[in-house]
Design a protein around this ligand. Structure first.
Ligand code: KG4
Ligand code: ZN
Length: 492
């Protein structure tokens, strides 16, 4: 626990589930930093998020985002009491980058790791008192982005999260993006449709409302489907579209948006009333949509449901929500996650934390290891390495860190001695050979400075060569005398 603040841990949260690389830092319920870097520009030409591109972008952006977050929070790494990370749901490769980095940081700082549920994170932003947020439970949460469309009933943020429904095909944001492309609007399509729909007529066309028909209520009352709507708009546009007619584009965009907003808000209110929960939290990029917000406000007011919509920076994917969820888990005395925890892309969990660790800690952030913890720690690390995380392997580098930096230095020292002794009748041969041996064994160590290794090897080989020449020269008179004595050579 950082000094001067015994009750509120400083938690760093890492979020990489989709295309936003984000690091947030909180002290308890106070937001210290929230840095977001988006790889959206890289996906623009593909018209949607490309998972491999997103994963690579996280890898490149994360170190800088983390440095900036620490700078914004005005703290150093050592001030961090715990590390939290999104473990799912999300894009598998993208999640792995964040989880790997979080493991590395937790391991390097010897701090607990909390692998958390991204969806619950969206709701946890309402714990940020410094941002004027206020979380009241139980609540219904409608989380709508490019990657997910989920309706949750949260009775307890840590232990009782019920997924009432989800999309059975496209996410709502995905539908916005795809329909925008059909209409010739750039990616990301959500804000574009929102913009052009402002001058359109939302009742111009009656597009389908997925999974709202009475006959599917028994099975899909709280589930969503946007694929049929998307196809319907695309077919209509194919037959009747006029890309150069801005009013037509606006009318289609507004009608499509109306269909999405109608379904989302209708199902959310239905859940609130059916479960007797008079609260609704919105989260995800689509919650930025002006019509979704307006209709949610209108319907919540009519139904007597209290609506909470975080500001945009906390509504879209961000590290702050992960950090504050980590802080809440600590406050509630949850054990940290095991270092072997893996990313779970299709996570459907009733809890905020993924696989809490079996290790019970005397205090979640006291950093003190119990006797025998080393062994357990090493086992966890082995599991972590053999698990899913190919990008960040903190444990391997740590295991080697004690020996590896010494080897190149020994190689250079032996090389210098070898070279210095070489003129003395080739006496440098032994240290020079040692320089080469140490140099080669250091070559594949990740922590070894390769410049030093090369210097050691060069000195070693030079020492061997010079020693060989000088030794041969020194030995020549002796050899001559020997050869003369056995009659192979005539005396001078
Ligand atoms: O939460 P988010 O920033 O990132 C992830 O998907 O992870 O959400 C992005 C999605 C995109 O599909 C984008 O088109 C949509 O949210 N979006 C919107 C609006 N702003 C962003 N959709 C409708 N209206 C908006 N104003
Ligand atoms: Zn999200």
């Amino acid at each position: 626990m950082s000094e001067g603040n015994a009750v509120s841990p400083v938690v760093l949260g890492i979020e990489t589930s989709c295309d936003e690389t984000s690091v947030g830092i909180v002290r308890g319920d106070q937001l210290l930093a929230n840095v977001v870097s988006s790889s959206m520009d890289l996906h623009r030409r593909f018209g949607g998020v490309v998972p491999e591109v997103a994963a690579r972008a996280h890898l490149e952006a994360l170190p800088q985002v983390m440095t900036q977050a620490l700078g914004d929070a005005n703290i150093s790494r050592e001030d961090i009491d715990a590390v939290a990370v999104t473990a799912g749901p999300g894009l598998a490769g993208a999640l792995m980058v964040g989880v790997g980095a979080a493991k590395g940081l937790a391991q390097a700082l010897n701090r607990p790791l909390y692998a958390v549920n991204h969806l619950v994170g969206h709701v946890a932003v309402d714990l940020l008192r410094s941002e004027g947020r206020h979380l009241e439970l139980p609540t219904i949460a409608l989380l709508v982005s490019g990657g997910h469309t989920s309706l949750l009933l949260i009775r307890d943020l840590v232990h009782d999260v019920e997924v009432l429904g989800d999309t059975i095909d496209d996410a709502a944001g995905e539908a916005f993006d795809k329909v925008a492309r059909v209409l010739g609007l750039p990616y990301p399509g959500g804000p574009e449709i929102d913009r052009v729909a402002a001058t359109g007529n939302p009742s111009a066309y009656d597009f389908p409302r997925g999974l709202t028909q009475p006959r599917v209520q028994a099975t899909h009352r709280y589930n969503f489907s946007f694929s049929g709507l998307k196809t319907s708009v695309a077919r209509w546009w194919e037959a009747n579209g006029e890309p150069d007619n801005p009013q037509l584009v606006a009318d289609v965009a507004a009608s499509f948006q109306e269909s999405v907003a109608d379904v989302l808000t209708k199902k959310a209110i239905d859940a609130a009333l059916a479960y007797g929960v008079p609260r609704l939290v919105l989260g995800g990029g689509v919650a930025a949509n002006s019509r979704v917000r307006a209709l949610a406000e209108e319907r919540c007011r009519e139904a007597g449901v209290e609506l909470s919509v975080p500001p945009l920076s906390l509504c879209t994917d961000n590290g702050a929500m992960i950090a504050v969820l980590g802080a809440e888990l600590i406050r509630r005395g949850q054990a940290p996650s095991a270092l072997s925890v893996s990313a779970v892309s299709t996570l459907v969990s009733r809890t905020a934390q993924i696989e809490p660790g079996t290790r019970s800690t005397s205090g979640p952030t006291d950093g003190a290891e119990a006797p025998g913890a080393d062994v357990e720690h090493t086992e966890q690390l082995d599991e972590a390495i053999t698990g899913l995380q190919p990008t960040v392997r903190p444990s391997t580098t740590r295991a080697r860190s004690k020996k590896a930096p010494l080897l190149p230095a020994i190689a250079v020292s032996c090389g210098v001695v070898g070279l210095a002794l070489a003129p003395a009748f080739g006496a440098g041969i032994v240290p020079a050979i040692l320089a080469v041996v140490f140099g080669h064994s250091a070559k594949h160590r990740p922590l070894a400075r390769q410049g030093t290794v090369v210097t050691g090897l060069v000195l070693g080989y030079l020492g061997i060569a010079l020693s060989a020449v000088m030794g041969t020269l020194a030995a020549t008179p002796v050899i001559r005398a020997l050869l003369v004595s056995v009659g192979f050579l005539l005396p001078d």
